[in-house]
Design a protein around this ligand. Sequence first.
Ligand code: HEM
Length: 371
Amino acid sequence: MLEQLTGHEDPHPIYERLRAHGPLTRDEDGMWVTTGHALTNKILRDRRFGVRYADGSFPDDGSPLPQSFLGMDAPDHTRLRRLATPAFSPKRIDHYRTRVEKVADSLLDSDEFDLIADFAAPLPISVISDLLGVPDADTADFAAYGALVGASFDTGVTPEMADATDKVLALFDRLISERRRTPGDDVISSLVAAEAEQKLTAREMLGTLVLLLVAGFEAMVNTIGNGCRALLEHPEQWQLLKSNPDLAPAVVEETLRWAPAVHLTTRIAHEQVDEIGKGEIVTLIIAAANRDPEVYPDAHRFDITRPHKPEHLAFSSGAHYCLGATLARMEGDVAFRALARRMPRLRQAGEIRYRESVVIRGMRSMPVSRS
Ligand code: HEM
């Protein structure tokens, strides 16, 4: 059923049809699907489910990218995630905030621009470059590679993407060699130190770096894009933000709930769990869980004043809960605050083009004008 969707179509009517069959059901192809918040959250937190099969093998997605801890179960997942965690400490995120504010301000200087290409994309790429220690001279190349890798979610693996992957890996290889000679205060340097202590292999280090690039870029671009579109389509909510920019964090939360960048994920049962057999795959529809009427009254309404208890599942839950969540919330806060302050008359000025992916939901382009 889900495969019938094209990327730009509103999938919620399909999610609602699945919801009518209860929180756990099978789709037309016989695959398990969850739509309820409580069950989706429970499975994400349940150690009897993993992202690989119980024997450690995994469903091959055809991607030429090196495996990362997003696609691993404990104990490898725990070990590798722990090594990347210090980069996301509150102190570091505070340090990035000043930079994001500067970048956001510098991007909002034109009268007519593309919300995605000229604002939502360059903002996170500058943060990730900073976090990973990519020199300014390489940032443009890095952004182009990141965008291509991101596009592969829509197009599948193309020769262009395989080529881009080689280039990203070559860039990371170069940066790793440089940090081996001259360590700095960035993620690559701390991973290089961990490699020297044999806490991870060179291949695992590359996998971690590519994950931080792709995860930190793709989901963020679409969150900023989806939030802006939601605000422009709901003028009364846009007005609320403009009259009180301190509502920017609430815009981030409601965007994550109502229009999450990542609509679904999957887990595999490592043993029989109730009706789900060992080795069976469950598709967890985060976007449907986020509109569960049992949890969120009037769930299809975009309302930045609603309470978010329990938290939406846009950042997933359990062992793979988004490592960049605090950073993402800060970036979103800065982005929406800057738009409200600098572009109070922002309006759509051309046709929106949507992404084609069924998993990553958002816009490819949205022309806007500041007046
Ligand atoms: C608003 C933007 C973002 C959203 C919606 C988002 C969403 C997610 C989701 C849904 C997952 C888990 C997928 C699963 O359980 O199968 C995840 C994992 C992850 N995210 Fe994010 N993310 C965002 C921003 C970021 C940023 C800015 C970074 C860092 C630069 C980041 C780094 C990661 C990492 C490293 C993981 C893997 C965690 C693990 O496997 O333990 N994310 N994210």
